[in-house]
Design a protein around this ligand. Structure first.
Ligand code: GLA
Length: 720
């Protein structure tokens, strides 16, 4: 064995010919070193370290990336933007594939790096493939990475992996990601980081109730407000890979990408495969810091919903499949009376749909259920001053449907081999004729009634897919996106809600063409608290559908007071999903006050900074939204279980102007919860308290004793 000592090893690297580029925004820096003989290397992703001047380049590279570990490769090697064994990287490769029966290990040449403002573009060639990679750091400090691989040779190239990875600080020690199931989406799980290649695959063909959503690596003990964190999210609605690699000889990396199945992506000469965006977030402000950057980034998008998010009434839990004109008009009248602005007719309106066993695909109005068509209902809804929304499940087909009989070859699955799920199969939206058919059927209904809002559902995992003899998931998913995009092009007023058996499609891929997500089929407000809290790690409140359900939850059987249910739905894209014709006059009054409150406060709720406050009582879930100018805040303190002490903890706020004075008072429109003995909390008995931002943040306001299943919503308003 030849031992190359450190001096020789360093001398072997022509560091002087390297250049270093920095992307900088909102306190985040990404420092990238170009190399003469291969792809660039990210030297740093984290706190902004300032401009990198050319004179610093050599020292920076030597300091950061040129150490040689013992009992390892003889010369230093880079963790490139697509690391492989070719470089020295023995973790999960960033790129994998095969060409002509041999492994695809491109020897990159002609590497060109362009930087334009906050965008860094890499182009590179090899004998088999050409690479085009983009690293875009937006004004919120969120980095989006996308790779495009083109077959530049003469043989077919199978792409098996093309993932985005970035190095993280070696002080990261804990990992948090999400899991879940139907009606319990986005449940956090946390553990110590350990050595090795750690991969979380999602193979459900849709984002999934159990999707990791974000993988977050952080410094020991990070929490909602403290800790340095590195987070990743693949903006993709089908199979995905989340991974971190912590190897003995290299800096740890974090990454994600689309999970590609054997034979799924085969590029003929000249063809290109472009990955979905992988979204990276660094912060030194804990989990709320991750959310803040993502929310700012999403809110800055041109397509972000900017009109006030309407109060919705969705018919599902009110009537299920029992659709009849008169009862639905009665429902609409009560809905409008309590302040609802959008009436959404859920599943059950199309030909033959009396249960979940039939008719998906037959998107014509059922003549038995709707002898006069949807016209009278839509006219009634509009006459009451409401928008009209309609449920579709465009990607699906029931075996018992005209569509399945007429076009058995349009299925993405072979019914002889694949199990049904909710009695349904998936249509092959990779096919242009299938896309056209779905678009035409949907457009006919949307156009005829000027439907304002489509609840786009997706109720099964998409497995065992076959398109043109190969796994068809990638092409199908892009096809579904294309249908959404074209639908919006044809009907520019249309809004789309992404739903998938509740919250199994919560990702930034679908949200490039959807206006909100349905977070969960659980309308149990107690269950909703954590579901919404963890959905908020990715999404701002205006994108999270949240409805006031019935007193007895249909999914858990739990009884919850109306005020609690309303307090939970208030912090979202709010609505009602219960038969309001059965509500008492007193309940309707309370709903009316609540919709008025939501309309008054949605401007703040849907633009402000979100804080999850840890008050030292694990039985409290506390969420605050602070206006961007710090003049106001709304705070919801919800009790889930009893607390450890008789004297409730003080509410300590965050994000206020420490110099200003604020008045804190229970919000108008929701009651102080039943059971609160105001005489024991004198400031509530008096109605309000006025203190400085500094006192409110560091000392706090004593909370009243809240019973489990109640919530107090407070308004905080600057007085000067
Ligand atoms: C899914 C959705 C529900 C409802 C039903 C209708 O489960 O998540 O909200 O629309 O489908 O079948």
């Amino acid at each position: 064995m030849t031992v190359v000592d450190g001096e020789e090893a360093r001398a072997a690297v022509p560091a002087a010919v390297m250049r270093v580029h920095a992307l900088r925004a909102a306190g985040v820096g990404v420092v990238v070193a170009t190399r003469v003989d291969g792809l660039p290397e990210v030297l740093h992703w984290g706190r902004d370290v300032g401009e990198v001047v050319p004179e610093d380049a050599d020292d920076l590279v030597l300091a950061v990336a040129r150490a040689v570990s013992p009992s390892a490769f003889d010369a230093p090697w880079p963790v490139t933007i697509l690391p492989t064994e070719q470089d020295g990287w023995e973790g999960r490769p960033g790129i994998a594939g095969q060409v002509g029966g041999r492994p695809l290990v491109p020897v990159w040449r002609d590497v060109v790096v362009h930087v334009e403002g906050q965008l860094l573009v890499v182009d590179a060639a090899s004998d088999e493939v050409a690479l085009h990679s983009e690293f875009a750091l937006d004004d919120a400090g969120v980095l989006r990475v996308r790779h495009a691989l083109t077959n530049s040779g003469t043989a077919d190239v199978e792409v098996q992996a093309l993932e985005a990875v970035l190095p993280v600080g070696e002080r990261a020690a804990e990992v948090l990601d999400l899991a879940g199931r139907w009606t319990r989406e986005r449940t956090p799980q946390r553990r110590a980081m350990t050595d090795g290649v750690h991969v979380r695959e999602s193979r459900r063909g849709r984002t999934g109730h159990d999707a990791p959503t974000l993988t977050v690596l952080g410094t020991p003990g990070f929490d909602d407000t403290t800790g340095e964190l590195w987070a990743v999210h693949p903006a993709w609605s089908a199979d995905s890979v989340h991974r971190y690699d912590q190897l003995a000889e290299a800096r740890p990396v974090l990454g994600a990408g689309e999970l590609l199945r054997a034979g799924e992506v085969v590029l003929r000469p000249g063809e290109t495969f472009t990955t979905p965006d992988t979204v990276f977030v660094w912060t030194d402000a804990g989990l709320d810091g991750v959310a803040a950057r993502l929310h700012d980034s999403l809110r800055a998008r041109p397509g972000h919903p900017r009109t006030p998010r309407p109060v919705v009434l969705n018919t599902w839990e009110a009537v299920y499949y029992r659709q009849e004109l008169e009862p639905l008009l009665a429902l609409a009248r009560v809905a409008a009376d309590v302040g609802v602005e959008r009436f959404v007719l859920d599943d059950g309106w199309f030909t033959g749909r009396r249960s979940d066993t039939t008719a998906l695909g037959d998107w014509t109005v059922d003549a038995d259920v709707w002898p006069q068509g949807l016209g009278p209902l839509v006219a009634g809804v509009r006459a009451l001053g409401m928008d009209f929304g309609l449920w579709f499940e465009p990607e699906m087909v029931s075996p018992v449907s005209e569509l399945a009989v007429d076009h058995p070859d349009w299925l993405l699955q072979d019914p002889g081999r694949t199990r049904t799920w909710r009695h349904q199969y998936v249509l092959d939206l990779a096919r242009a004729d299938v896309r056209e058919h779905v678009l035409d059927r949907m457009s006919a209904v949307i156009g005829a009634h000027h439907v304002d809002f489509v609840k786009w559902d997706q109720n099964r995992d998409v497995v065992q897919t076959v398109h043109a003899g190969r796994v068809g998931l990638d092409a199908h998913t892009r096809g579904a996106y294309a249908v959404m995009d074209e639908l919006r092009r044809r009907h520019p007023w249309l809004e789309i809600e992404a739903c998938a058996s509740g919250g199994a499609r919560v990702d930034l891929g679908v949200l490039e063409r959807a206006d909100r997500v349905w977070a969960s089929d659980s309308n149990d407000a107690m269950e909703r608290l954590p579901i919404q809290r963890w959905t908020e790690l990715l999404l701002p409140l205006e994108l999270i559908g949240s409805h006031v359900g019935p007193e007895v939850s249909h999914t858990t059987g739990r009884h919850l007071d109306l005020d609690f249910r309303m307090a939970v739905s208030l912090f979202g894209s709010a609505g009602i999903e219960t038969d309001v014709t059965r509500c008492s006059p007193a309940e309707l009054d309370r709903l009316r006050e609540w919709t008025a409150l939501y309309k008054r406060e949605r401007g703040l709720l849907h633009s402000g900074r979100l804080h999850h406050l840890e008050l030292g009582d694990p039985g409290l879930a506390t969420t605050a939204v602070v206006a961007r100018d710090r003049s106001r805040a709304l705070v919801r303190v919800a009790r889930t279980v009893t607390g450890p002490r008789s004297l409730a903890v003080p509410l300590r706020l965050r994000g206020l102007d420490r110099e200003r004075r604020y008045r804190v008072a229970p919000v108008t429109g929701l009651r102080v919860p039943k059971g609160v003995d105001v005489t024991r909390t004198p400031w509530i008995e008096r109605g309000s308290v006025e203190l400085s931002g500094a006192v409110l943040e560091d000392v706090g306001v004593r909370l009243p004793a809240l019973a489990p299943g109640t919530a107090l919503v407070l308004e905080v308003r600057a007085t000067g």
